[in-house]
Ligand binder design. Structure first.
Ligand SMILES: NC(=O)C1=CN([C@@H]2O[C@H](COP(=O)(O)OP(=O)(O)OC[C@H]3O[C@@H](n4cnc5c(N)ncnc54)[C@H](OP(=O)(O)O)[C@@H]3O)[C@@H](O)[C@H]2O)C=CC1
Ligand SMILES: O=C(O)C1=N[C@H](C(=O)O)C[C@H](O)C1
Length: 255
C-alpha cells in the first residue's frame, strides 16, 4: 500500500480526492493537512495535522491542490525531506516553480495545471494547429466558477505555451491578457489569453485560430471536478514508481 497525503484537503478538489481515494486498492489515505477543521469521513488512523513536517513524514507520496502561498511551505519542507509529489496547484510564481524544479532533482514530481486526459490531448492539438495554421490569429478564452482566485487559469497559460512553442515564440513577449481603449490593431504574433468568471463552471477552455475566410476553435469542457481528482490519483499511482525528475501529465498518460 502506498500512503498518500493530501495537501489542500479542505478544498473543492481536496475533498473529492479523499472520496476518490476510498476505492483504490494500491493507495491509502494516510494524512491530511488541515489548518482549521475538516468535515469528512476519513479512514481509521488518518493523521489530521496542521504541522507540515508531520504531514510529510506520514506520507509516501503527496497530492497538492492548494494555493500558491500554501504550496511554498510544502515545497520547502519537501526539499528537506524529499517525497514524490503530484501538484495541481496553479498560479505559482517563478520562485515557487523553481522550488518545484529543485525538488524534482531529488524526488519524482508531476506538475500539471490540468489533470484531465482531454486537456493533455488538447495541448498536443494546439501545438500542431499553431504550427500548421501559419498566420492565423490565436486567441484563448477560459471560463471558471466565481470562486477561482488566479487568472488566467493555469490551463490557459499552459495552452498558450503550447501555442507559442508551435511557432517558436517566447510567450512572455507575445501574451496579451486584456484589451481596453484605443490599443491599435492586433499584431500578428500576439497570443491573447482572456478569463471569464461566473457561477459554478468547472472549467472551459477554447483555443481559437482565426484567419480571413475561416477559423477553427478547439474546445475542452470539464463537466465534473472529479475529472481532476481522479486524474491526480492516476498520476500518483504512476509517479511513485518513477525516478527523480519533473514529469507532465502527458508523460504519465504516454502521450
Ligand atoms: N491541475 C488541475 O487539474 C486543477 C487545479 N486546480 C487548482 O487547485 C488549487 C485548489 O483548487 P480548489 O480546490 O478549487 O481551491 P479551494 O480554494 O477550494 O481549496 C484551497 C485549499 O488550500 C488550502 N489553503 C489555502 N491557503 C492555505 C495556506 N496558507 N496554508 C495551507 N493551506 C491553505 C485551503 O485550506 P483552508 O480550508 O484552510 O482555507 C483549501 O484546502 C487551485 O490552485 C486550482 O487552480 C483546481 C482544479 C483542477
Ligand atoms: O481552479 C479551478 O477550478 C481550476 N483550475 C485549474 C486551472 O487553473 O487551470 C484547472 C481547471 O480548469 C479548474
Amino acid at each position: 500500500m502506498v500512503n498518500v497525503g493530501i495537501y489542500g484537503a479542505t478544498g473543492r478538489v481536496g475533498k473529492l480526492l479523499i472520496e476518490d481515494l476510498g476505492p483504490e486498492e494500491t493507495l491509502k489515505l494516510s494524512a491530511v493537512y488541515v489548518r482549521n477543521s475538516l468535515e469528512a469521513s476519513l479512514p481509521e488512523g488518518t493523521l489530521v495535522t496542521n504541522d507540515v513536517e508531520a504531514f510529510v513524514a506520514a506520507s509516501d507520496i503527496i497530492i497538492d491542490f492548494s494555493l500558491p502561498e500554501a504550496a511554498q511551505p510544502l515545497l520547502e519542507t519537501l526539499l528537506k525531506t524529499p517525497k514524490p509529489l503530484v501538484s495541481g496547484t496553479t498560479g505559482l510564481n517563478v520562485h515557487q516553480l523553481n522550488l518545484l524544479k529543485e525538488l524534482s532533482g531529488v524526488a519524482p514530481v508531476l506538475y500539471a495545471t490540468n489533470m484531465s486526459l482531454g486537456v493533455a490531448l488538447l495541448n498536443k492539438l494546439v501545438n500542431l494547429a499553431s504550427k500548421t495554421l501559419d498566420g492565423f490569429d490565436i486567441e484563448i478564452v477560459e471560463m471558471h466558477h466565481r470562486h477561482k482566485k488566479d487568472a488566467p487559469s493555469g490551463t490557459a497559460l499552459t495552452l498558450a505555451e503550447s501555442a507559442a512553442a508551435g511557432r517558436e515564440l517566447d510567450l512572455d513577449k507575445v501574451r496579451v491578457s486584456g484589451r481596453n481603449g484605443n490599443i491599435g490593431e492586433r499584431t500578428g504574433d500576439e497570443i491573447a489569453v482572456m478569463a471569464l468568471r461566473g457561477g459554478d463552471i468547472v472549467g472551459r477552455h477554447t483555443v481559437g485560430f482565426y484567419n480571413d475566410g475561416e477559423f477553427i476553435e478547439l474546445n475542452h469542457t470539464a463537466t465534473s471536478r472529479n475529472t481532476f481528482s481522479k486524474g491526480a490519483i492516476r498520476a500518483a499511482k504512476w509517479l511513485h514508481t518513477q525516478p527523480s525528475g519533473l514529469y507532465s501529465i502527458a508523460d504519465c498518460l504516454g502521450l
